[in-house]
Design a protein around this ligand. Sequence first.
Ligand SMILES: Cc1ncc(COP(=O)(O)O)c(C=O)c1O
Length: 448
Amino acid sequence: MTIDRGRLAARLAEEEQRFREAHPRSRALYERAAHSLLGGVPMHWMVRWAGGFPVFVAEGEGAHLTDVDGHRYLDLCLGDTGAMTGHTPAATVEAVRAQAGRGFTFMLPTEDAVWVGEELARRFGLPFWQFALTATDANRFAIRLAREITGRRLIAVFNWCYHGTVDETFAVLCDGRTVTRDGNLGAPVDPALTTRVVEFNDVAALEAALAHGDVACVLAEPALTNVGIVHPEPGFHDALRAVTRRTGTLLIIDETHTICAGPGGYTRAHALEPDMLTVGKPIGGGVPGAAYGFSEAVAARVRARSRLDTADTGGIGGTLAANALATAAMRATLQHVLTEASYARTIPLAERFAAGVEQVIREESLPWIVKRLGCRAEYWFSPVAPRNGAEAAAAVDPELERYMHLAALNRGILLTPFHNMALFAPAVTDADVDRHTAVFRESVAALR
Ligand SMILES: Cc1ncc(COP(=O)(O)O)c(C=O)c1O
């Protein structure tokens, strides 16, 4: 089947109308919010939800959330990974309740911080850790330290990467040149001055970008997840590690999304050996918390350049970073929630999702494919797997995506906005996954 664009536009209009009619309370809140919140939303990106306005949440529990109009959704977005554990994981809630009675923030460490540092070391194989509140900050701080200890100013990233609102990473390749990413608001400096962008899976380009010995670090997701899932080709990580070592460039692996691959992320699952590692989003069960870790060698170089009298103005850390509440949440989540047993449940759910969607794609002879990484899966409107960011970005079909998302939303399933991604919390059941397959089948059939 090929997609008839006229039919698609008509179906999308029907879904938009259905959405508006079914969400009067969300709509009223959105209209009220227009008077106090920029764009009617508390966070800029929320304007991008399919439907014209976001649903306002009443509550979430496990793999479901309920909106203010009383609709209950199977949540396969999970706060774009922030709630990968499912909403209100019992152990995290209990730890947060207990800590709430003992104080939220002191700018002093608690014993939980030591436990979390030890656990992160055990999981990711890097011995030393610092905490931040968001993965964005963890990346910013890691980049600073990389620059400091190498004495180099540039960083390298992969084309169409996303690592949070980190200025240096808002860059893409255009005709082989590094240019600012479309929509990069008020860029403090032209990213061409700070960043070399390389295509994922392109070893020759990586060699060329690092050959001058002026790049402090490569900041990389081990598999791209933010322009759809793009897996590394066999040997790519070996080459990445070899060339970074040879050129004295530090390798920072960002596991914020790829922690979907297992308890120690992609790094542990594939025996990677980064110099630094950053992680955020789900490690506090949804309570803001993030961390960045270092190898022994990096830690020694940082120590050699740290001064006591300027420790508070070095550009890393923050008043609320490592606060007692976040740290208690991270401990409980790592100890009891984001465990081997959890992945043993969620990875087969993602496999079942992929198999169901693939079955429909076959039935309908659609030129689409499905990709999976751990407990995350995603369908592509493309017959072949993109090898890099440029190919992935070229495969995006915004109108079709909007339709698929809204059709799912109108039938009680929330997908991650901005791409076709589904993430699985342990509370999801096989029946939930099969329900998604049925909705996917119905949405596609309506385009026939
Ligand atoms: C790989 C990766 N790193 C970092 C971030 C930033 O996370 P946060 O927005 O929580 O700071 C994201 C957000 O999507 C991400 O996907």
